[in-house]
Design a protein around this ligand. Structure first.
Ligand SMILES: [Zn+2]
Length: 271
């Protein structure tokens, strides 16, 4: 395990892993593997869009295989659907209905509802005896209730679009995720261009994050782009799962080696 004293880190995650999306996820996994045999973090949704798989045993075996080769499975919501109360203002409406297309499950839940969904998710992992240390909210949207609920669980980390949060330490690190838009050809091309510029700007950042979504598998240019990005980042970085990064970083911070996390006071907005 490399130490953060000398290495910059790369975390690559695959979002929205579920039986329904698995064929696309598999294409992403193969595309990554074609350029680098690196550990990945798979963000798993136990009841994606309320449709549990017919053949859960087969799907479970596939995820077991990923665990056995060193990948991490993290909880990524329960249904991946925003079923919270109606948006109160135009900004919320835009974020929840248009920008995230109604998928920000934890954007507007009460603490009690968020707690319930986190508990269901953990039960799903427990039933399979699989380790789980991370929670990433769908669309990276965590409302106040979700932040409150997270305090009641032992997750080591969560991530938002721009930050990596070390939950037990109540610290966070500015670390924006590279992510591709795939809603239109134009959006997809723009996001590739943006990611090229962004990954250059983050050259000296301790952590680079790359988030892949099943929809990315539909775009050969996006696949080639993230393959090149991974190759380029690995020239100066070591890849690890998010849990490994959280553990390595916090161990180094505790030894006072690289304590560059920004402090986060209790109750402070964590966006
Ligand atoms: Zn998602």
């Amino acid at each position: 395990m490399p130490s953060t004293e000398s290495s910059r880190i790369l975390c690559v995650s695959v979002h929205d892993v579920a039986p329904q999306t698995w064929p696309l996820c598999e294409r992403l996994l193969q595309a990554v593997r074609a350029v680098a045999d690196i550990p990945l973090t798979l963000l798993v949704v136990p009841a994606y869009h309320h449709h549990p798989a017919a053949d859960t045993a087969g799907y479970d075996r596939l995820l077991e295989q990923r665990l056995s080769v060193g990948d991490e499975l993290a909880l990524h919501g329960y249904t991946h659907l925003d079923e919270g109360s109606a948006p109160a203002c135009w900004r919320d409406k835009f974020m929840r209905r248009v920008y995230t297309q109604g998928e920000g499950e934890f954007a507007a839940l009460s603490a009690a509802d968020a707690r319930q969904r986190l508990a269901w998710g953990l039960e799903w992992f427990e039933h399979r005896k699989w380790p789980v240390h991370g929670f990433v909210a769908p669309a990276w949207l965590l409302g106040q209730g979700a932040w409150q609920a997270l305090n009641d669980f032992a997750f080591q980390y969560t991530t938002t679009l721009s930050r990596f949060h070390f939950l037990a330490e109540r610290q966070s690190l500015y670390s924006p995720s590279l992510v591709y838009s795939a809603r239109s050809k134009w959006g997809s091309a723009m996001s590739r261009r943006g990611n090229t510029i962004w990954s250059g700007m983050l050259r000296n950042a301790p952590l680079a994050r790359l988030g892949l979504h099943p929809r990315d598998a539909h775009h050969p240019q996006t696949i080639r782009h993230f393959q090149k990005t991974i190759e380029k980042l690995l020239v100066t970085r070591v890849a690890m799962t998010k849990t490994s990064f959280a553990q390595t970083w916090c161990a180094a911070a505790n030894r006072d080696v690289q304590p560059h996390c920004d402090g986060m006071a209790a109750g402070e907005a964590k966006k």
